[in-house]
Design a protein around this ligand. Structure first.
Ligand SMILES: Nc1ncnc2c1ncn2[C@@H]1O[C@H](COP(=O)(O)OP(=O)(O)OP(=O)(O)O)[C@@H](O)[C@H]1O
Length: 283
C-alpha cells in the first residue's frame, strides 16, 4: 500500500489566458490537504487535472500510483465537484440503485444515513434540489462509495453555517481511518483550522506556499501602520486613507519599529496579500 494517495509533480496546463505553471504537491494517507487561493488561481483546474478530466500539458499526475483518471483510481476516489454528478431527472431515492453497480464497495445504508443526516429531500428529483442540497447529495454519493481518497472542490459554497459544520464533522469522521486522505479547496478558509493538516496556497497558477498548515500560517504576520510607507518589505501593501497594512515574513518583524502593530496572520490574510502582490507584479 503506497503512502501517497495522490501526487502532482510539475503540473502544467496552458489555457488561452491562464497557465498552471509547474505546480507540485502530494496527498499522503492520513492527511487533509487544504487548497486555497484567490478566484482564478487555478484550484479547479488542478483538481480537474488530478481527476483526469483535463489533459496536462506537462508534468506528472497520479492517484494511487496510477495515471490520473484511470478507472481503477477513480473507483477508489470520492468526488464532490461544483456541479451535480447525477442526471437532473433522477430521483434522489433511486440514485443509489443506479450508481451502486459501478462501485463494488457501495453501501446503500451509508448513502441513506448520510442523506438523512444532511437533510437531503429524498423524494425530489436531482434537478429540483437547491445548490446546497446538491452538494450534500454529491458528498453522500461520494462517501457511500467507500473511497480512500476524497476530493472536494469548494464544498462549502452555498451551504448554511450548520451544514458547513456538519460537512466538516463528516470529513473528520472519514479521516478516523488513517489510510484515508482528503483534498479540499475552499474560500471559507477559517474552516480549514482544525481540519486541514497541510495547506497549498495557489496564486496566479503557481504554488505560492505549501506545507503543514500551522507552519505556513506561522511564518507570516500582519503589519499595520499609518502615514509614510514602511521602510521594510511588506507583501501586498494595501492603503486605506492614512492607514496601510500588509503581510510580512515573521523573520522580518524585527525590521519594523514600535510605531507599527504586528498581529498573527490568518489564512485569509495570506491569500489576500499574496494575491495582491501577484496582481501588482502582473500589472
Ligand atoms: N476551459 C477553460 N478555457 C479557458 N480558460 C479556462 C478554462 N477553465 C478555466 N479557465 C481559466 O483558468 C483560470 C483558473 O480557473 P480555475 O477555475 O481553475 O480557478 P479557481 O482557483 O478554481 O477559481 P475560483 O476560486 O474562482 O473557483 C481562470 O482564469 C479561468 O478563466
Amino acid at each position: 500500500m503506497t503512502d501517497t494517495l495522490a501526487l502532482i509533480e510539475d503540473l502544467r496546463v496552458q489555457r488561452p489566458n491562464f497557465a498552471l505553471e509547474g505546480i507540485s504537491f502530494a496527498i499522503p494517507r492520513g492527511t487533509v490537504v487544504g487548497l486555497v487561493g484567490p478566484n482564478g488561481a487555478g484550484k479547479t483546474t488542478a483538481i480537474r487535472a488530478l481527476l483526469g478530466l483535463i489533459a496536462p500539458d506537462g508534468g506528472r499526475v497520479e492517484t494511487f500510483g496510477l495515471p490520473a483518471g484511470s478507472s481503477r483510481a477513480l473507483a477508489r476516489t470520492g468526488i464532490v465537484l461544483d456541479q451535480p454528478t447525477a442526471a437532473d431527472e433522477w430521483r434522489v431515492s433511486t440514485l443509489g440503485r443506479r450508481i451502486a453497480p459501478f462501485y463494488p464497495s457501495w453501501s446503500e445504508q451509508r448513502f441513506v444515513d448520510l442523506l438523512a443526516r444532511l437533510s437531503v429531500p429524498q423524494q425530489r428529483r436531482v434537478g429540483e434540489l437547491s445548490r446546497g442540497e446538491g452538494i450534500k447529495l454529491s458528498l453522500a454519493t461520494a462517501l457511500a462509495q467507500a473511497p480512500e481518497l476524497l476530493i472536494l472542490d469548494e464544498p462549502s459554497s452555498g451551504l448554511d453555517p450548520a451544514s458547513r459544520r456538519e460537512i466538516a464533522a463528516i470529513i473528520r469522521e472519514f479521516m478516523v481511518d488513517p489510510s484515508h486522505g482528503v483534498l479540499v479547496s475552499t474560500h471559507i478558509t477559517a474552516e480549514l483550522e482544525g481540519l486541514a493538516d497541510e495547506l497549498v496556497v495557489l496564486v496566479g497558477g503557481r504554488v505560492a506556499d505549501r506545507g503543514p498548515l500551522h507552519e505556513v500560517v506561522e511564518q507570516f504576520a500582519m503589519v499595520r501602520g499609518a502615514g509614510a510607507a514602511p521602510g521594510a518589505p511588506v507583501v501586498g501593501l494595501q492603503r486605506s486613507g492614512e492607514q496601510w497594512s500588509g503581510l510580512i515574513r515573521i523573520d522580518d518583524s524585527a525590521a519594523f519599529g514600535p510605531e507599527v502593530v504586528i498581529d498573527a496572520a490568518s489564512i485569509d490574510d495570506i491569500v489576500v496579500h499574496l494575491g495582491a502582490e501577484r496582481a501588482e507584479l502582473a500589472a
